[in-house]
Ligand binder design. Sequence first.
Ligand code: AMP
Length: 397
Amino acid sequence: MQLLSIKDCDITGKKVFIRCDFNVPMDDYGNITDDRRIRSAIATVQFCLDQGCAVILASHFGRPKGEFDAKYSLIPVARRLHQLLKIDIQMAEDVIGESAKHLAEKLQGGEVLLLENLRFEKGETKNDPILSKALASMAEVYINDAFGVSHRAHSSVEGITEYFDDAHKAAGFLLQKEIQFFGTLLERPVRPFAAIVGGSKVSGKLEALINLLPRVDKVLIGGGMAFTFLKALGHNVGNSLVEDDLMDEALKVMEEAKRLGVKFYLPVDVVAAEKFAPDAASRLTSVQEIPQGWMGLDIGPATVRLYRQVLADVQTILWNGPMGVYEMDRFSRGSNKIAHFVADSYATTVVGGGDTADLVQRIGLDEEITFISTGGGASLELLEGKVLPGVKPLMKK
Ligand code: AMP
């Protein structure tokens, strides 16, 4: 898939609107606890500044209820941008109100304006054309660099693109990199190619699994979703997370894997716990001997060993979804061990956004991974084979 590139756009000296994803984690005191998303946007912003552009930045942050709420203000993001770009950042008090319009109008080349949280406007998530038009009217060029929200048809992501022709809109560097990486992964992976798929439920990953099967050589399942497969195969999985209504689908996936010659691996042992709690009594057990009423909350050491062996000869690894309840120390070991193995591997390693990116960062392995996506939901939709609504209008015709 070829995207309209920022490099093919004549942006010199123009006013550009860059949709970013500054939806960063913040503590109760307004401190940004992980600024990766802001740092990831800098390449595009700096490129535009270097071309003498006046740069208008816009992003959502959290889930305010369509009106101003100081708790969700982007002021801390403006401060961080100032530190990273080392220039003054003008901050609008609103999104399309008097303050934003006035500052956007008088913005000069080499200056940066950050609009307030896009979700202070009710129309943003409804793809309201009035909001799209108002945002579009601020600039001559539109750039989308917000991969993490490109699976949403929102005003600043999808609707706004209608107001710019192909010579005046483009994908930023981050968006381009994400789309290229997943494109290569799905269309031309270096083989053998293994997908490690975990997380809570089968329902969240079923479409991705179905789309991945014809493209991979091996699938390794972990996390809560493993238990629907195990139960479908006749194991007694106690109180583990199971989606009974998806057991038939799970069987079909395994049959399809067999038909395609894809090696399909399930955990052979688990850390079982008496209840879903960080201090729950727990023990290692094979998947065939989970005690009645107990639940599997992590993969066990035999599974880790098996998965390491299975991954030893692969050239490409895609990992989406933790192997267990990694947020609780007692059930994080399986995910940590797999993370270390993936990080040490010579294969090309790709980690889907969201929880998996979070866990890899927590243990400080993010520098060792070939590519970590900045969008959990968006990368999952790419794995499902979908064209993202924010990306479609930026595809080269
Ligand atoms: P997802 O959003 O589907 O990728 O799922 C991530 C969540 O799955 C994390 O919050 C994990 O705590 C959770 N998870 C992983 N393994 C299990 C398990 N065995 N039982 C229940 N939840 C799990």
